[in-house]
Write a protein that binds this ligand. Structure first.
Ligand SMILES: [Zn+2]
Length: 133
């Protein structure tokens, strides 16, 4: 399947999202991780532009731990997310955790939610006390 270079309509969007789901969890530094990052940015831009609100289908069809194979559990905890090089702590963030080895996996919607909340926290932290625009 060709990797879309740009997203023009909902069909492109659906293709990009399915590619993200396929590539999700690619090893850092691999070509797949580079494609994944590019696709996430494309999808992100499209969703902002077109106000897409429907969340994509869950990515992880099988909730097995990638490290040890134990069935992972839905958890909420404070996770950190880097925004503009700054570590932002996001409390009560949904994720999957391995009860055996403590591996943490973010599904695509968990990642999107975490990213959204981290960006919002970053904005509030760096917002001027008073806006005189
Ligand atoms: Zn594990």
């Amino acid at each position: 399947m060709p990797i879309p270079r740009a997203i023009h309509d909902d069909a492109d969007h659906a293709l990009a999202v399915s590619e993200i789901e396929r590539l999700w969890g690619a090893a850092e530094g691999s070509p797949e991780a580079g494609q994944l990052e590019a696709l996430v940015m494309l999808v992100d831009a499209y969703e902002v532009e077109h106000h897409v609100i429907d969340p994509p289908a869950p990515v992880l069809a099988d909730d097995a731990c990638p490290s040890c194979g134990t069935l992972m559990q839905q958890k909420r905890a404070t996770l950190d997310f880097v925004v503009n090089g700054e570590n932002i702590l996001v409390p009560d963030a949904s994720h999957l955790a391995c009860p055996s080895c403590n591996e943490i996996v973010l599904r695509y919607e968990d990642f999107k939610a975490l990213q959204e909340r981290a960006r919002e926290a970053y904005r509030q932290k760096h917002a001027p006390a008073e806006s005189n625009e």
